[in-house]
Design a protein around this ligand. Structure first.
Ligand code: ATP
Ligand code: MG
Length: 430
């Protein structure tokens, strides 16, 4: 018979389990809690969309659209794309679901996103983002609220040390045009030293050269003119309102006047929370204002601002998280007590007590005690303890022994009272 080989996992995908899974889940749960504090509504959008949703809004020449999208033709011949980010799909939903009536709309979501990139530490082909968006608010206060939320999230995760908020403005259309012309002039003068990718960018979107990771481009990008000399008074006012709002909210930031974002749709505020603890993959959370995005999808002029963060990168920054520990371990002393143990286990769980019961019919109690791990309470169902038996007038088929491994205390109780006794013991241990 031919040997059956096990298919390999797809390059750039991860199976998330154990300590890393606990950190991953902690990030998602903390995000859920924080987004509620800020009154952001949870939204679910499809994992795939028509390719046009991303191609139009992100911009045909961006890295994501030109080389990172998972696009395919479905059986009906339509071109679909696995979402490489959330914003475009949410903007599409805003238009097609008639959510305009709810504007300004504060939305949050998280889930898998897909990009065909070279896999490495902190960079995957299927990864996960948390995402927050405000659609239909042109006010700088919306930018401030989103940044305060991101800042609080990182603080609550306990990873804000060594993470800095780098902030920039990309100005309005007039500012961008003037800055762009100055950048083109600067880059043209260094044409010979630019990478091939950046030469292409020079024609289509010269600002993106500033975002290049190629070491050949870095010195040229770093010596390029910053945006400040080109800001219109309106754009300067907007940025001043954002920075003073951040100061008022107690959010620390630093200016990076060369920070641009990889996608075409950004205006005014652009930002990244960056750490030096993840090597080359140092951006943990990033976003900005995208006032042109909804129009690029054929909608009316609608302002928007938002951010996304890689859950994996945030989880990598977290301390190790220890395994879930049962509050109570229920052991049957003999197979004739299995049903009673199952029944008791079920009532503990219905009472909200975290409970574990082994699957085996015949238990070796000595071995089971070695397996209790961090659990501090063991409930033995059925009679074994001879001295307890003699003292107790509880019938054997109702007898339960509660042992507190932390204090050494033991109690033999009627099964009816077990929940009460255990609940109190759990509370005392907490
Ligand atoms: P990078 O410069 O690292 O490629 P990006 O600008 O492409 O990031 P965004 O599109 O802003 O990233 O996505 C937001 C966040 O998603 C990033 O800050 C990062 O934390 C995370 N992220 C982006 N690409 C990946 C990836 N391939 N694997 C894991 N996380 C990623
Ligand atoms: Mg990228």
């Amino acid at each position: 018979m031919a040997k059956i080989t096990t298919p390999r996992p797809v390059r750039g995908t991860q199976d998330i389990f154990g300590d890393f899974e606990r950190r991953f889940t902690h990030v998602a749960e903390t995000f859920e809690r924080v987004r509620r504090l800020y009154c952001f509504n949870r939204v679910e959008v499809p994992v795939f969309e028509s390719t046009a949703v991303f191609a139009r809004s992100l911009g045909e020449t961006t890295d994501v659209v030109s080389k990172e999208m998972y696009s395919f033709e479905d059986r009906g011949g339509d071109s679909l794309t696995l979402r490489p980010e959330f914003t475009a799909g949410i903007a599409r939903a805003f238009l097609t679901e008639g959510w305009q009536q709810h504007a300004p709309l504060k939305l949050a979501t998280h889930g898998p996103v897909f990009r065909y990139e070279r896999p490495q530490k902190g960079r995957y082909r299927q990864f996960h983002q948390i995402d927050a968006e405000v659609i239909g608010a042109a006010e700088p206060m919306a930018d401030v609220e989103l940044l305060a939320m991101a800042d609080q999230l990182l603080k609550e995760l306990g990873i804000s040390d060594g993470v800095t908020l780098q902030l920039n403005t990309l100005g309005d259309a007039e500012t961008r045009d003037a800055w762009r012309a100055a950048l083109v002039e600067h880059f043209e003068a260094h044409r010979g030293d630019l990478s091939e990718d950046s030469l292409k960018r020079l024609d289509k979107n010269p600002m993106r050269i500033l975002d290049s990771k190629d070491p050949r481009d870095r010195p040229i990008a770093d010596s390029a003119p910053g945006i400040d000399g080109f800001l219109t008074p309106e754009a300067a006012d907007f940025f001043a309102a954002v920075t003073s709002g951040l100061d008022a909210a107690g959010v620390q930031w630093t200016r990076n006047d060369r920070l641009v974002r990889g996608l075409d749709y950004y205006r005014h505020t652009a930002f990244e929370f960056v750490t030096d603890r993840l090597g080359a993959q140092g951006t943990v959370l990033a976003g900005g204002r995208y006032d042109g995005l909804i129009e690029s999808l054929g909608g009316p002029a609608t302002p928007g601002v938002g951010w996304a963060a890689g859950i994996e990168r945030l989880a990598m920054l977290l301390e190790e998280k220890s395994a879930e520990v049962a509050e109570v371990v229920v052991l049957h002393t003999d197979r004739s007590y299995i049903a009673m143990a199952q029944n008791l286990t079920a009532s503990f769980r219905r009472a909200g007590i975290v409970t574990r019961m082994p699957f085996k019919d015949d238990l070796n109690l000595g071995k089971e005690y070695k397996r209790v791990g961090g659990s501090k309470l063991v409930v033995e169902v059925g009679g074994t303890e001879f001295d307890e038996l003699q003292k107790s007038d509880i019938p054997l088929d109702r007898m339960v022994h509660v042992k507190n491994l932390a204090t050494g205390a033991k109690a033999t109780v009627d099964v009816e009272r077990a929940i009460d006794v255990v609940r109190k013991a759990v509370a005392a241990l907490a």
